[in-house]
Design a protein around this ligand. Structure first.
Ligand code: ATP
Ligand code: PAU
Ligand code: K
Length: 243
């Protein structure tokens, strides 16, 4: 069985695969004692461990320590690359790009050769554009939903509110409405812009992943929901490296 791990800044997603089929999957929190709840029963059958992570070095080392205790198979981390299978990274400092972005783009490239946008709505939001020739045109990094709420709460003394999963974008008439509608309104503007840019660049598909994907889709981001996109790219790359 092969274990694939996508460790973000907040949460961790894992899946176990055997003969091309996903046999188990789960999510956990990197900071917790067991970041891969549900994995223990499979430990002795693991034959490969591949990791994509954007967490700090300290957290990455803690994760590797946990995995070393779980299985004798050494875990291998996969990073961003300048090129793979015709997909070309726009970064000249390609190793500065978050591994999750590269793996999500590669996961998308496998099945969407007509050009695409990847929107990863995680702790941070990333938007990356790839054309039909596999050229990464570049992207954007934006604050994520919880990050925006947190900064409004901690950096302004008189903005008191309960964050909500609000899709209402009309002008607010209380602090809570102004914040919750405001964040939805900002997301709505981003969505309009993503769809506009996709058309302007001639990209056929919009792929959406990350913990807040449903929220963006609910706000009108018409796209393909691929919760497993980072893991799909990681899996393809680890397979190619092994063959
Ligand atoms: N069970 C959950 N726990 C935490 N956040 C969740 C959960 N479900 C949805 N979310 C939302 O998902 C977002 C985090 O997304 P995700 O889990 O993709 O992050 P991540 O992979 O840790 O982040 P990143 O890859 O950006 O470092 C949060 O803004 C939150 O609103
Ligand atoms: C932007 C995030 C946090 C999104 O998870 C991650 O991809 C990351 O830490 N990136 C490093 C900076 C970059 O991609 O240019
Ligand atoms: K992610």
């Amino acid at each position: 069985m092969k274990l694939y791990v996508d460790a973000g800044n907040t949460r961790l997603k894992w899946c176990l695969e055997e003969a091309g089929e996903t046999v188990a999957s789960g999510a956990g929190v990197l900071d917790e004692e067991n970041p891969l709840p549900g994995i223990a029963g499979f430990a002795s059958r693991i034959s490969r461990i591949a990791v994509s992570t954007v967490a700090s070095e300290e957290k990455r080392e803690r994760l590797l320590g946990y995995l070393a205790g779980l299985s004798n198979v050494p875990a291998r981390c996969y990073w961003s690359e300048p090129e793979r299978g015709g997909l070309q990274n726009a970064y000249s400092d390609y190793d500065r790009m978050g591994a999750d972005r590269w793996h999500a783009m590669y996961g998308a490239w496998i099945g969407h050769k007509q050009g695409f946008v990847v929107v990863d709505a995680g702790s941070a939001v990333t938007v990356d554009f790839v054309d039909q020739y596999g050229r990464h045109l570049g992207g954007y990094i934006l604050p994520g939903l919880q990050m925006m709420f947190r900064s409004l709460k901690t950096d302004a003394a008189r903005i008191g509110f309960d964050p909500g999963q609000v899709l209402e974008t009309g002008p607010g008439k209380s602090t809570g409405e102004c914040v919750n509608h405001g964040v939805a309104w900002l997301s709505d503007a981003m969505i309009v812009r993503i769809l506009w840019d996709a058309q302007a660049f001639g990209l056929a598909d919009v792929l959406v992943t990350g913990g807040d994907a449903d929220r963006l889709i609910g706000l009108g981001l018409s796209g393909i929901h691929r919760p497993d996109l980072v893991l799909a790219g990681l899996r393809a790359i680890a397979d190619e490296e092994a063959s």
